[in-house]
Design a protein around this ligand. Sequence first.
Ligand code: SUG
Length: 415
Amino acid sequence: MLREINFDGIVGPSHNYAGLSLGNIASASHGGDPSYPRAAALQGLAKMRANMELGLPQGFLLPLPRPNSALLEALAVDRSADRALLAAAWSASSMWTANAATVSPAPDTNDGLCHLTPANLATMLHRAQEWPDTKAQLALAFADEAHFAVHDAIPGSFGDEGAANHMRFCEGHGAPGVEVFVYGRPGGKFPARQHEQASRAIARRHGLDPEKCVFVEQNPEAIEAGAFHNDVVAVANERVLFTHARAFADQRGAYRAIREAFLALEVVEVAEDDVPLTEAIATYLFNAQLVTLGDKEMALIVPSECQESEAVRTYLDSLLQKAGPIRRVIPVDVRQSMANGGGPACLRLRVVADPATVDPRFLLDADKAERIARVIEQHWPHEIAPGALGDSALAEQVTEARAALLDTLDLGELG
Ligand code: SUG
């Protein structure tokens, strides 16, 4: 049976704040702060456990090898080099698996396979290094060729940031869907990280029906305000689009185009007067997981920062009082990730598949969660001070921590 499985990125032991992401306000404003990798990873794991307790199938992807010695060598990084190059090689940014790949489930594709294209993340060095290792992991988790096709990334001249700029509408996850690709127009103050040609190439390569694909431009004002990915201002689940009123360049045109391909579209739009765009970006209200629970009710899993904003709190209270599709709001604490611009939705990659076709080593259960928690508690650094990147003892600790995780999960081939 096809289910939506959320694959969360386990936060890596080198999690740090290096201010590497231009246009990502949280990352820029926390650059140089001390980070707490152990707390970060435990927060992420607590979110996974809470989602499992809601009855949602849960998978995970592993941290990538850091520091990336191949990158340090390729750039001949020494003491004289820009510290941002060193920091890039230490980045734990693969935790945000919404940027790991774009996924087109089997019911949408012409060969009946679930297609996955790892994102090239070409706009930023610290992210561009991810995809070959991400691909290796996807190829292992989705090795069953009767059900999955794992591609190479799109060539780097067209930036692709994966599922963060992709939404799927359907009557139920296992039913055929309409895939919506959101891209940015270059030329603004901040980089537009998703290129239209990357989105179009993925749609062709995944064998999607052109009538069931919609390409929508992100609102340049949203990018300028700090929405570097569409999932900072909109989220979709089944027939519902939960979006800020200023998410798309042509908001009405976007609804019209989606509705032409998917008649049952239900839009829950948040007006600027209720939650200004700046407040939506500061609280990550839309970087929520919109999920369908067993009783078919939808829940919105929001970052706990949403409770601290009067405007967002008031909006969410009124949302629950209306007879709309979203019936529950569940706050989660992922503050360590949030401080780098990654909310609950950034931390997960949605894959619609039969769990029995996925390599079980990548699926979570209560026992495995307990084992992962023990490894994190024993091996993840408590704190990384701003100047510590590059330190050889820390490099050793981080490398050994990942090795201990691979060992407990029997995933030594990723070592
Ligand atoms: O690519 N932050 C990530 C956050 C990604 C969030 N993902 C989604 N919206 N789906 C990024 O900007 C900051 C790393 C640093 O500055 O150290 C960073 O890469």
